[in-house]
Design a protein around this ligand. Structure first.
Ligand SMILES: [Zn+2]
Length: 342
């Protein structure tokens, strides 16, 4: 683990509690193996059908480092002493395994062997300090580098979702749709909206263009339509999140409700499942304010299914939605409506 003394003193007591909790498991053998891809080095491939929502893998990071260490290929974000300390702290086996991760962000001859590997393979790791830190502007956000999760390659329409599970102190991959045996398991390295923005990101970060299936197969017309769908999703979510007076938001109008449905379909097509869940969650909040409890309830239930699929049943997303769902049920029963949650 790499960090300033103050950061580490904050994290370690919490980490020790979380580390006592077992890693979530999908019960059986790992449903994937790591093998060569055609153009992208190693990748993760399903060894059997993996159902939508299934936990592909939960893994503790091998190296945790400040998020700044994700950096880019033009500067070495940390002093060599930080990297030396991290390498020295690993067991011999872990060190050897870690060094087999690819380095696509080489910083030149003077670079430390760890720096480019963290930049190439690191994922974000939320804040590590517990529930109360959610609203804390001093949130410590880390980069987590894994021996297995880091093997998952990017796809602009991925079939799996990565997230940091704070309470269990691990990274998790969930399938966001059914994955066939033999299919590559992919995640998203960037949430940039347009194809051009993502290509620029890949050039800057990895000195190559995006080699994902979606990009390789896309015609210019496909790209234009995909950009439009993604823009629509981002704009709607932004409007819903910033609806300062939700009761004045025009969702009750039929046409607006249908527009939300169409945009949800865009999000699904583009593999934007987190945004899909968020739109339903925020839309439900607004429908509640507009005294339309049945629609609010339906959307919230759908948001719950989406959160559970991409984040797991015990995630904060599901817990938050459950609290609101229970509240809605109480209100609806008080008005004589029959309903149950979830
Ligand atoms: Zn791509």
């Amino acid at each position: 683990m790499i960090g300033t003394r103050a950061e580490l003193e904050h994290i370690i007591p919490f980490g020790e509690v979380a580390l006592k909790k077992p890693l979530p498991s999908n019960g059986g053998e790992r449903p994937f193996r790591v093998q060569e891809t055609e153009q992208k080095g190693l990748g993760m491939f399903a060894t059997r059908v993996i159902k939508a929502g299934e936990l592909v893998l939960a893994e503790r990071p091998t190296v945790l480092s400040p998020r700044d260490s994700l950096g880019n290929k033009y500067f070495a974000p940390l002093e060599p002493a930080f990297y030396d300390a991290a390498l020295a702290a690993l067991s011999e086996g872990a060190r050897a395994a870690f060094m087999t991760l690819v380095d696509r962000c080489s910083l030149g001859k003077r670079a430390h062997p760890l720096a480019g590997r963290i930049m190439t393979n690191g994922f974000t790791a939320g804040n590590l300090l517990g529930e109360d830190a959610e609203d804390n502007p001093q949130d410590v956000v880390f980069a987590a580098t894994y021996l297995l999760i880091s093997r998952a390659n990017h796809d602009c329409i991925p079939n799996a979702h990565y997230h940091w599970h704070r309470a269990r102190w691990c990274g998790q991959l969930h399938a966001t749709r059914d994955i066939a045996a033999g299919e590559e398991i992919t995640v998203k390295y960037t949430t940039l909206t347009t194809h051009a923005e993502r290509q620029a990101f890949f050039q800057k970060q990895y000195s190559c263009s995006c080699l994902c299936r979606t990009c390789l197969d896309a015609s210019p017309e496909d790209v234009r339509r995909s950009d439009e769908r993604r823009e629509a999703v981002v704009q709607l979510l932004c409007r819903l999140e910033n609806a300062l007076d939700p009761s004045a938001y025009p969702l009750l109008q039929d046409s607006e409700e249908r527009a939300v449905r169409r945009t949800l379909e865009c999000a699904r097509r583009e593999g934007m499942m987190f945004q899909y869940a968020n739109i339903l969650h925020q839309g439900s909040r607004i429908m509640q304010m507009q005294d339309s409890p049945l629609v609010a309830f339906d959307w919230l239930k759908e948001a719950r299914r989406a959160y559970a699929m991409i984040l797991g049943e015990d995630s904060i997303g599901v817990v938050q939605v459950d609290d609101i769902g229970q509240y809605l049920v109480d209100r609806m029963r008080a008005r004589g409506m029959q309903c149950s949650w979830p």
